[in-house]
Design a protein around this ligand. Sequence first.
Ligand code: HEC
Ligand code: HEC
Ligand code: HEC
Ligand code: HEC
Ligand code: HEC
Ligand code: HEC
Ligand code: HEC
Ligand code: HEC
Ligand code: HEC
Ligand code: HEC
Length: 309
Amino acid sequence: MRRRWLPIAVLLACSVFTLMVARSSFSDAPAQRVGSEACKECHDKQYQQFGASAHGRAEKDAGRIAGDAGCESCHGPGSLHVQADGDENSPGFKTIKRYSKLSAEEANATCVGCHKGGDQFYWQHSAHARKNVSCVSCHNIHNSQDAGHTKLLSKPTTTAVCITCHKANHFALGKSAHMPVTEGDMTCSDCHSPHGSAGPKQIRALTTNELCLSCHADKRGPFLWEHSPVRENCLNCHEAHGSNNDKVLAAKRPYLCQRCHIATRHPATMYDLPDLTNSSGNRSLNRSCTNCHPQLHGSNHPSGKYFTR
Ligand code: HEC
Ligand code: HEC
Ligand code: HEC
Ligand code: HEC
Ligand code: HEC
Ligand code: HEC
Ligand code: HEC
Ligand code: HEC
Ligand code: HEC
Ligand code: HEC
């Protein structure tokens, strides 16, 4: 009769033994902070890079980051990883935060913990955050490529970072008329915040017109005679990135104007073209409608009602 208890007793003894072994080799106490010095011995490369980076400098210079933030501010407490002594199979080894193993959301949470002001204030609601783009898709903490490592970018320039993913916009900027981005006079981030903004499409203004007018102030007005599509949206006639029509126009003249003005008293159509003595033919030549309506962005001339002066 007694033998019926034997298997259970053996099982019990085994599990107690396993538990004891587990406790001795892998303490269930959480990892503790050990300070960056403890990482130096094995990760000297990252240690040196860190010291020279914006993060290392912020820590050293007058304590911009309180206490010893160091490596563990991003990689989490390191005591168990250090105790593992380089043995990748030891369970403590993997307690260090490895960015290659984190979801975008987890990785971003670490960065946003400190970077919640400035542009990053808008991060949570940006298209980038919603589509699982992560801070480290564009920033490279240890081996950044930008001059001076000031912005910790993964590519030498801002525009180069953007066009790794946004091929269509890169293509548009290659068209014959375009914003001077490819020339390097301006970058994607002059118009967009990579981190999100209060405006649409992550632009650095509340509306498209406010954005354009921040540089093209002569088009701001108010004018005595306003052209309503200009007030409404510059993109009624222009492309934001580039087009094969001059002045980055969305369509060729006269078609550009005729998308709206189909019933003027002087329509110009392709059919007028061969007969240049016909007074309406001149409307499709050269700058077409703007030959006679040059002030189409708005006029301050008392008789500028038709934007002719
Ligand atoms: C006794 C040596 C040793 C110490 C001390 C040590 N590490 Fe490691 N660590 C390693 C080894 C070995 C690897 C695996 C090989 C590699 O990636 O360099 C590793 C890997 C890592 C990785 C993961 C790399 C990846 O993505 O796979 C991170 C992050 C890391 N260590 C951070 C730290 C930090 C932070 C500290 C200080 C708190 C630290 N290590 C201290 C030996 C050490
Ligand atoms: C500001 C956050 C941050 C700090 C601080 C930081 N790291 Fe990292 N570390 C990362 C990220 C993110 C990665 C993933 C690769 C990348 O983006 O550069 C990484 C990758 C690593 C790796 C894997 C190998 C590699 O280069 O990809 C090691 C090892 C490492 N870090 C060690 C350290 C050590 C040691 C320190 C302190 C001297 C430190 N890290 C400080 C964010 C940080
Ligand atoms: C412990 C707080 C802390 C954490 C965590 C942190 N940062 Fe920082 N970061 C700072 C401070 C402080 C600076 C220095 C700001 C300055 O010089 O104006 C800085 C600088 C930077 C800069 C350069 C800014 C500049 O103006 O030159 C970038 C880019 C950056 N961090 C990205 C990241 C990313 C990406 C992560 C996550 C992987 C991260 N940071 C995690 C505190 C932190
Ligand atoms: C889509 C790419 C991209 C993503 C994603 C991104 N950044 Fe940036 N970040 C940039 C670029 C590009 C700059 C430099 C802007 C410029 O040209 O002035 C920058 C600049 C910064 C700066 C310097 C100060 C500033 O605001 O200009 C900090 C700090 C920073 N980023 C932190 C972060 C953090 C934290 C995250 C994640 C929440 C993040 N970034 C996500 C591309 C990105
Ligand atoms: C890692 C890939 C990646 C990089 C690098 C990247 N983006 Fe994006 N971006 C995305 C994705 C994904 C979306 C979401 C697209 C969608 O919703 O169809 C997006 C959306 C956008 C949008 C549209 C926002 C909206 O509200 O619809 C803008 C503007 C933008 N990115 C600008 C930038 C700029 C500027 C840079 C460079 C600083 C950049 N991106 C770098 C992946 C990237
Ligand atoms: C002169 C300002 C300006 C510059 C420079 C600029 N953009 Fe834009 N971008 C805009 C405006 C304005 C919109 C909004 C268009 C709309 O409302 O439909 C936009 C829209 C976008 C969108 C959203 C959907 C689309 O493709 O139309 C993406 C993505 C984008 N831009 C990426 C970029 C990238 C990447 C760069 C740099 C290579 C860049 N932009 C340079 C002004 C600019
Ligand atoms: C950050 C400043 C800046 C912003 C914002 C900006 N532009 Fe420009 N724009 C420029 C510069 C610089 C040029 C080149 C001027 C030159 O070559 O004389 C230019 C050129 C142009 C041209 C003339 C191109 C040509 O071939 O002559 C048009 C049209 C234009 N921008 C429209 C816009 C529109 C529409 C917006 C808003 C979506 C806008 N810009 C936003 C700086 C800006
Ligand atoms: C109704 C169509 C239309 C709208 C809307 C419009 N534009 Fe234009 N824009 C044109 C045309 C057509 C030209 C070419 C004029 C020429 O050849 O004289 C032009 C030329 C320009 C130029 C280059 C030449 C110059 O006059 O400096 C700039 C810059 C410009 N527009 C900016 C803007 C801005 C900023 C807005 C929004 C506030 C805007 N445009 C709205 C039609 C428009
Ligand atoms: C997106 C539509 C749209 C486009 C494109 C457009 N316009 Fe207009 N335009 C209007 C509207 C709306 C009015 C105001 C009509 C009114 O007050 O009766 C107007 C008014 C005018 C007037 C003054 C007419 C009046 O009776 O006061 C002239 C002249 C004019 N536009 C010329 C042009 C020229 C030239 C172009 C091409 C460069 C152009 N428009 C492109 C919508 C447009
Ligand atoms: C040869 C010069 C000239 C050309 C070219 C020209 N216009 Fe005009 N347009 C005028 C003059 C002058 C007026 C004012 C008429 C008046 O005072 O009654 C006018 C008036 C207008 C008006 C307001 C009156 C109306 O008929 O509704 C619109 C809209 C207009 N033009 C659009 C256009 C468009 C669109 C084009 C190109 C297809 C164009 N114009 C080409 C000279 C021209």
